[in-house]
Structures are given as structure tokens and as C-alpha cells.
Write a protein that binds this ligand. Structure first.
Ligand code: HEM
Length: 397
């Protein structure tokens, strides 16, 4: 693989992810400057952490590396993250634990198992519909649908309102103009306000009711906290799965031998899913803020410093993975960091793995062929990476 000194390329330029290749830059940083200082510009100053071991060290110390001031780089002009100290992902212990235990029941192995049949049914419909379309966009017509269906079920969105929410999320997180996206996002929030009041009136067995009625430190959550958490669950629960599934499919389309190997040996599904997660590493970066002076490798970090963990870099670290640039569906061991680690380890991890297994299994079982019919379009973002669209023709058996 090429290596590229970062002087010539900016990791905070979204175009790098849309039209370039950040991996040579990350490789250079892992080799030469694994905890690298970036001076303030459009974004505040921060340290880039690119090696697996260092990323894990930061994840595992929630006391020194806090999430409460945000977990994503924000342009300086945007000010503080409104979710800071309020949503699950942006809360530090001990409040974090209380908040997580309010919603954790919906994500246990037992809860996920209970949803499996419904997921299979939903996936069958999605794949049948996509095959009926002739050509379609794998991202919006296939990959985006199962995770949204699942999160809607968990949150208690009635079946007849799911298609409307799907249309809104496609607009809010799609490629459109910023204005269109922002309006769609406001409509999603307005929808959750409605749903929240319905659940205040008549609680049900769902996540929104849990947030509405649950207490943290003896107090009910504020309405704004409930909404921010709903929004985070919706985005967290849909965006990354969509990107991992679509990125995985594109990788299989480029490597038909790997797809055929999986078809022939379904016992490889668990390791294949892990490899797709490692390979796609859709959460491009996660940020922490230092709470007290600390050394990271040979770098002295001060309280208030921002530390940016580049997930795709950690997951291609040659110090940790044998042959990291090889897509190997039988890879073992594969303790990747695509879902984070430590206190904030992805709450939807089990759900994600199950969704991916069910979707890839259905595609192998009921589809004769999947052909790419046009160029894949990568996202332009420093937050998540993957495909915005992937035109395909799906032919049923
Ligand atoms: C491929 C799919 C996914 C990826 C790559 C992913 C990635 C991540 C990562 C890296 C974190 C750690 C954030 C941090 O440490 O600051 C995280 C946390 C989280 N994820 Fe996921 N995620 C995925 C799917 C899901 C799904 C399906 C859900 C919900 C249905 C979900 C809900 C959450 C929540 C609530 C947190 C915060 C947990 C906490 O702070 O305690 N994620 N995810």
C-alpha cells in the first residue's frame, strides 16, 4: 500500500473520503506520528490517534477521556454539542450507567432473539420488493430498510407510520441540499414529540415509554433529553448498519469468490460479518476530551485537549492484524474496534450482527444474482464513511 505524509492531505476534509483514500495517510501516521497534533482551523485543535492499541487505551478510560463534551469533531463555529451530558453516548459515568440501564433491556441477546423472526419476514419483503424493481439503489432500497424497521419496532413506532419515517430519514440523512435535510430532521423531531406525548398518556412496552417513565438519579428525564436520546437511537441504529451492509455488499461484488465461498460454507457467516464490520469501519472517528493531564505514548496531553480516534485506521493496524489490507471472511482472531470498546461499547452490537447475518443469508438464499449497474457513490463526510448509493440489479431465483 502507498504511504502518504499528512502534510499534503487533511483528514478533516470530507472530500478525502468521497474522492480520495485516507488509508495511506493513516498508515503514515501509525508508522511515524501515532499521536499527532493538529492545530486549530475550521475545527478546534486535536490529537489524532491511529494505532489499535492507543485507540483501545482511550476507549477503556472513560474517566480521563470524557464523552460529555461531544464524541464528534464539530466546526468551531457550531459551538457546543447540544447532546453533551444528556444523551447516552455523550454522558460520563456514573450518570451514563443509569441512563444505559434504562434502555439496555431492549438490546440484550434475549430481546434480539425475540425479534429474529420478524426481522427475517421484513428482510424477505425488502428483497422481494428490490428484485421487483429491476434496477434499484442497494443503499436506500435494501441496506437502509432493515435497521430502520428494527429501530421503529423497538421505539414503538406503529407499522403504518414507518414508511413515513423512512421517507423522512432518507431525506434527513441522504445526499440532498442541507436545507432539505434540516427540514426533514425537524419533522423527525416533531414526530418524536408526538410519540413521546402519546407514551406519556399510554405507556407501552417500548423504548420511548422507557425513556418517558424511567428515572436517572431519582429524576425523570426532561422532554428535551428524551428527544435527544430518541434522535440518537434513530441515527445510531440506522446509519451505521446501512453503511456496513452496503459497504459489505460492494466488497462482495468486487470479490465474487468471497461471496461464493460464503454461499458454499454458511458456517463462515459469523466471521464474515465481523470482517465486514472491520473492513467497512463506518464510524470514521470518535472523539474524547481529556479531563486531567495524561501521557498517551510519548505525548503529554492537557485537560481540555481533544483526542480523535480514527476507527478505520485502528482496524487496519498491521501491529494488531495479520495482513490487515486483505478482506478475509474467515479471519480469526478479529477483535476489531468498529463498534467501539469499554463503557460506551455499541449498545446495538448484538442487533447489528443479527441484522447483517439475516440480510446476507436472505440475499444468498433467495437471489440468483446481484449485478452492479453503475458507479457507486461514496459519502462526503468526516463522521461516517461508506456509500451514498450503489446501483444494482437484483434477480430473484
Ligand atoms: C454497523 C453498525 C454500527 C456501528 C459501526 C456502530 C458503532 C458504534 C460505536 C463506534 C460506538 C461507540 C461510541 C463511543 O464510544 O463514543 C457506538 C455506540 C452506540 N451505538 Fe452503535 N454502531 C452500530 C449499530 C448500532 C445500532 C443498530 C444501534 C441501536 C439500535 C446502536 C446504538 C448505539 C448506542 C445507543 C451507542 C452508545 C452507547 C453508550 O454510550 O453507552 N448502534 N456505536
Amino acid at each position: 500500500m502507498n504511504v502518504l505524509a499528512p502534510e499534503t492531505v487533511s483528514l478533516v476534509d470530507p472530500e478525502l473520503y468521497a474522492t480520495g483514500d485516507p488509508h495511506p495517510v493513516w498508515r503514515w501516521m501509525r508508522d511515524h506520528d501515532p499521536v499527532r497534533r493538529h492545530e486549530a482551523g475550521e475545527y478546534p485543535a486535536f490529537w489524532s490517534v491511529t494505532r489499535y492499541e492507543d485507540v483501545r487505551t482511550v476507549y477503556q478510560d472513560a474517566k480521563v477521556f470524557s464523552s460529555a463534551q461531544g464524541i464528534l469533531l464539530r466546526p468551531r463555529s457550531h459551538g457546543r454539542d447540544p447532546g453533551g451530558g444528556r444523551t447516552l453516548a455523550l454522558t460520563d459515568p456514573p450518570r451514563h450507567k443509569a441512563l444505559r440501564s434504562l434502555v439496555a433491556d431492549w438490546f440484550t441477546t434475549r430481546s434480539v432473539r425475540a425479534l429474529e423472526d420478524a426481522m427475517r419476514g421484513a428482510v424477505r419483503q425488502v428483497v422481494t420488493r428490490a428484485a421487483g424493481l429491476g434496477t434499484c439503489d442497494f443503499v436506500t432500497d435494501v441496506a437502509a430498510r432493515l435497521p430502520l424497521y428494527v429501530i421503529c419496532r423497538l421505539m414503538g413506532v406503529p407499522d403504518h407510520e414507518q414508511e413515513m419515517l423512512f421517507a423522512l430519514t432518507s431525506r434527513a440523512f441522504g445526499a440532498g441540499e442541507p436545507e432539505v435535510r434540516s427540514v426533514a430532521h425537524q419533522e423527525i423531531m416533531a414526530y418524536f414529540v408526538e410519540l413521546m406525548y402519546r407514551r406519556m398518556d399510554r405507556p407501552e412496552d417500548d423504548l420511548v415509554s422507557a425513556l418517558v417513565n424511567g428515572e436517572v438519579d431519582g429524576e425523570l428525564l426532561t422532554e428535551e433529553d428524551i428527544l435527544l436520546n430518541c434522535d440518537n437511537l434513530l441515527v445510531g441504529g440506522t446509519e451505521n448498519v446501512r453503511l456496513a451492509v452496503a459497504g459489505g455488499m460492494k466488497t462482495f461484488l468486487d470479490r465474487p469468490d468471497a461471496w461464493e465461498r460464503l454461499r458454499a460454507d454458511r458456517g463462515l457467516m459469523p466471521t464474515a460479518v465481523e470482517e465486514v464490520l472491520r473492513w467497512t469501519s463506518s464510524a470514521t472517528h470518535i472523539m474524547r476530551t481529556v479531563t486531567e493531564p495524561v501521557m498517551l505514548r510519548d505525548r503529554p496531553l492537557e485537560a481540555g485537549d481533544r483526542v480523535v480516534l480514527w476507527t478505520p485506521s485502528a482496524n487496519r493496524d498491521e501491529r494488531h492484524f495479520a495482513d490487515p489490507d486483505l478482506f478475509d471472511i474467515a479471519r480469526r482472531p478479529n477483535r476489531h474496534l468498529a463498534l467501539g470498546a469499554g463503557t460506551h461499547f455499541c449498545l446495538g452490537a448484538m442487533m447489528t450482527r443479527t441484522e447483517m447475518r439475516i440480510l446476507f443469508t436472505e440475499l444468498l438464499d433467495s437471489v440468483r444474482s446481484i449485478e452492479q449497474t453503475g458507479p457507486a457513490v461514496p459519502l462526503s463526510s468526516i463522521v461516517v464513511n461508506g456509500l451514498e448509493s450503489l446501483p444494482v440489479r437484483i434477480t430473484a431465483k
